[in-house]
Design a protein around this ligand. Structure first.
Ligand code: MN
Length: 285
C-alpha cells in the first residue's frame, strides 16, 4: 500500500492590493515582484468586488506572448474578444484558458454594470519550445468542469490529474507539459479532504472564503500558501464556517524568465523581438 505524506506550508505570500488593466482592483500574490513566482506559475490575481467602480473599466485591447492565462470566474460576466475573432462569454463558474503562444491581442470587458464580480486570473508559463506556438483559446463552460462530491464538500477539477480521497479524477483540461492541477475545493464546516499532489509539482493553496488548516497549519486568507516539497498529497480541514480554496500545482520548467509586462520569454533578445513584432504589427502573424 502506498502512503501519501501530506505536504506542509513553507512560505506565505499575501495578496497585495493593486490595480491592472484600465483600473481593475485586484489582489496579486504571485507576480507582485519578479522574484515572487512559483515555477511554472508567473502570476496569480484575485478579483472580487460588489462595487462596479472596482471592475467596470475592464481590460481593453492588449497583447501577450509566451505563456497561458487561465481566468476562473466565480461570479460575474466578462466578454473576451481576440484578434482571431473569438468571442467568449465568461460567466459564473466558467473558465477561459488562453494560450498566448507567439502572440494574441485581446480584451476582457465586464458585461455587467452592477453586482458582484469575483474570480481569479493565473498566468502559467510555457517552456521555450512551446512559447512560439500558435495562439489558442478555450472557453470551458461550468457544466464541463468535473465536480467530485465528497463527504462534506465538493471539488471542481478545472485541470489536471489527481486523486481525491483516494479516487482518481481528471480535470476539464489535461495533457500540457507542466501537467497543471487546478482545483476549487468547497468544504462545509469541519470537513476534510485529501488530494494527491505529485512530488514533481510545485504548488500552493489559496483560501478565499472561511477558514481551513493544512495539517496543524492555518491557511492565510487571500494569500498564496506555498507547499513545501515534503510529501505528495495535501489534507485540508475546514473550520467552523466551512472553507473555499484553490489548489494550484504544476511541474517546474526550470528555464530563465525575462518578463516585460505582458510578454514572458527566456532572454532580453526574445523580449526585444516581441516588442519589435508588436510595433510592426506582426506579433500574431
Ligand atoms: Mn490579458
Amino acid at each position: 500500500m502506498t502512503t501519501h505524506p501530506s505536504r506542509s506550508i513553507r512560505q506565505v505570500i499575501p495578496g497585495a492590493e493593486t490595480s491592472d488593466g484600465a483600473g481593475v482592483r485586484i489582489k496579486r500574490s504571485l507576480g507582485q515582484q519578479p522574484s515572487v513566482r512559483l515555477d511554472p506559475f508567473l502570476m496569480l490575481d484575485e478579483f472580487g468586488s460588489s462595487d462596479a467602480a472596482d471592475y467596470i473599466a475592464g481590460f481593453p485591447s492588449h497583447p501577450h506572448r509566451g505563456f497561458e492565462t487561465v481566468t476562473y470566474m466565480i461570479e460575474g460576466h466578462m466578454l473576451h474578444e481576440d484578434h482571431m475573432g473569438n468571442r467568449g462569454d465568461l460567466r459564473n463558474g466558467g473558465v477561459q484558458w488562453m494560450t498566448a503562444g507567439r502572440g494574441i491581442i485581446h480584451s476582457e470587458m465586464p458585461q455587467q454594470e452592477s453586482g458582484t464580480m469575483r474570480g481569479f486570473q493565473l498566468w502559467l508559463n510555457l517552456p521555450a519550445a512551446e512559447k512560439m506556438q500558435d495562439a489558442g483559446y478555450r472557453d470551458i463552460q461550468p457544466e464541463d468542469i468535473p465536480e467530485i462530491r465528497i463527504d462534506g464538500g465538493l471539488v471542481k477539477l478545472i485541470a489536471g490529474e489527481t486523486a481525491i480521497n483516494g479516487q482518481s479524477a481528471t480535470g476539464a483540461v489535461s495533457g500540457s507539459s507542466t501537467a497543471p492541477i487546478y482545483a476549487d475545493i468547497q468544504l462545509e464546516p469541519a470537513a476534510k479532504v485529501s488530494l494527491n499532489v505529485p512530488a514533481s509539482h510545485q504548488g500552493l493553496l489559496y483560501l478565499y472564503e472561511g477558514d481551513a488548516t493544512l495539517g496543524q497549519q492555518p491557511l492565510q486568507r487571500s494569500a498564496a500558501n506555498i507547499l513545501a516539497d515534503d510529501g505528495d498529497s495535501i489534507t485540508v480541514k475546514s473550520g467552523p464556517t466551512g472553507a473555499r480554496l484553490l489548489l494550484i500545482a504544476g511541474k517546474p520548467i526550470g528555464e530563465p524568465i525575462v518578463q516585460y509586462g505582458p510578454f514572458v520569454m527566456n532572454s532580453r533578445e526574445d523580449i526585444e523581438q516581441a516588442l519589435q513584432d508588436y510595433r510592426d504589427g506582426t506579433l500574431t502573424a
